[in-house]
Write a protein that binds this ligand. Structure first.
Ligand code: 9YW
Length: 430
């Protein structure tokens, strides 16, 4: 009897705790991902977090997106980080990025375009439709400008899929999918001191060699080209078709199209449909038939990455996989899940590089779980989707609202009281 009750109680207490975490990480109009470790506004974190706010504070949810877009560059880009307020607990901060004048201080690169998904979520779940309509009227042109930026700056060759130029842009910073591409020689770098290692264990974070590569890219983008996107595409030694970014962009285009229809913007609908058609074609080059998985692609060598990563399942979330491809993906996913206690690991557990604690090289991330389970439901794999949801509930129940989780033991890893984990518990698990 007590167990039966406690299931409900547990859910209620996660929801309560999640609201507390968002309030605690609220810095007035924007939410930091985690106190100390990430003291600014991160792009895709914020978009996800706005869906969490929407569950209990409609106005604050819209404000999160508005603050995010207040940093939009003139060319349409939304940077990966908005530096609204000084903090010395994170490296590299605004003094290192040194981006050209824009509405506010930001980094010089971007992150996966979740914002249109969040905008639709807020709009559809709005307690006050008139408010939502006014908010979307104002937000829509900005969302459209960002999506246009993706195609202009990151697909100038018309592949239908966009390039990322830095691992930080993928949001999956040290994924094994970049191991080969990250072999380029590093430049002479000014001495630097990482701050992440003062907050969390080194064995849960990228290595020094990886950071040297991150900074080599940053300084090349800054010094030689002042972050001019038209040049960056051609000079970056890191140019990858990332599955996470492209799946989210495809799905975001579907949601942007939906919003355009609500607003009666027919020309824009046609423009977005062209992106969807081209994207559908572009995704075909990312399918590895032998592995039965989607793979990231190095645009410089044309090679598909050897690693099977959790983003391989995100084309289900996008809705670009065929039924046959979905069946093969599901077979792989079932194999992965049979090797770990909690899904979905960020790397195939049978890959020799699999490391259950190392950031994007093994651990479970709730936001990816949400996208994968959403995609699975769409393709009719409800049981598998339920398994992922159940695993996610258990992880947060037992380990708290951590940044990510060990798929073997269920232990919480990285930052604590983490905003997007809390937002997922509010918007998805509740
Ligand atoms: C960094 C904030 C960000 C996420 C990324 C994640 C990590 C580290 O934290 O990036 O130094 O930017 O990899 O996806 O947005 O939560």
């Amino acid at each position: 009897h007590s167990e039966h009750c406690s299931e409900e109680d547990k859910r209620a207490s996660i929801v309560r705790e999640s609201m507390e975490v968002l309030r605690m990480n609220d810095r007035g109009g924007y939410t930091v991902p985690a106190e100390g470790l990430y003291p600014f506004q991160w792009n895709w974190d914020s978009a996800i977090v706005s869906a969490g706010w929407a569950v209990f504070d409609e106005g604050r949810a819209w404000e999160e997106l508005e603050t995010l877009f207040s940093g939009q560059w003139e060319d349409g880009m939304i940077a990966s980080i908005n530096f609204h307020q000084f903090s010395n607990t994170y490296f590299p901060g605004p003094e290192i990025w040194g981006t050209p004048d824009n509405p506010s201080k930001t980094s010089g690169i971007t992150q996966p375009p979740v914002a249109a998904l969040a905008a639709r979520f807020l709009f559809e779940n709005a307690p006050t439709p008139a408010l939502a309509r006014a908010k979307i009227d104002a937000l829509f042109p900005k969302l459209l400008a960002w999506h246009r930026w993706w195609y202009k700056a990151r697909d100038p060759e018309n592949k239908g899929v966009v390039a990322i130029l830095h691992p930080w842009e993928s949001g999956m910073d040290n994924s094994p999918a970049w191991d080969e591409t990250m072999q380029f020689p590093v430049d002479d770098l000014p001495p630097y001191e990482r701050r992440d290692l003062t907050h969390v264990d080194a064995n849960m974070r990228p290595t020094k060699d990886t950071y040297d590569h991150y900074l080599t890219l940053l300084y090349r983008f800054k010094k030689a080209h002042g972050y001019d996107p038209e040049q960056l595409y051609w000079i970056s030694p890191f140019k990858v078709t990332d599955l996470c970014t492209n799946s989210i962009l495809f799905r975001a285009n579907r949601d942007l199209r939906w919003l355009a229809l609500q607003l009666g913007k027919h020309e824009e609908v046609a423009e977005i449909e062209k992106w969807l058609d081209n994207g559908f074609e572009g995704f075909k080059s990312l399918w590895d038939e032998e592995a039965g998985l989607y793979k990231c692609q190095d645009q410089i060598t044309g090679k598909l990455a050897d690693a099977g990563i959790s983003a391989a399942f995100l084309p289900l979330f996008a809705g670009v996989a065929s039924k046959e491809q979905a069946a093969k993906l599901v077979k792989n996913l079932e194999r992965w899940l049979s090797k770990v206690k909690y899904g979905v690991p960020s790397l195939d557990p049978e890959d020799p590089r699999f490391d259950q604690l190392q950031y994007w090289r093994g651990p479970v991330w709730l936001i990816i779980n949400w996208m994968i389970s959403n995609g699975l439901r769409h393709y009719g794999y409800d049981d598998l989707a339920n398994r992922i949801t159940e695993d996610s509930i258990q992880l947060t129940n037992e380990a708290g609202l951590r940044e990510y989780f060990d798929p073997v033991t269920g232990a919480g890893c990285g930052g604590r009281q983490f905003s997007w984990t809390a937002a997922m518990c509010l918007a998805w698990l509740d």
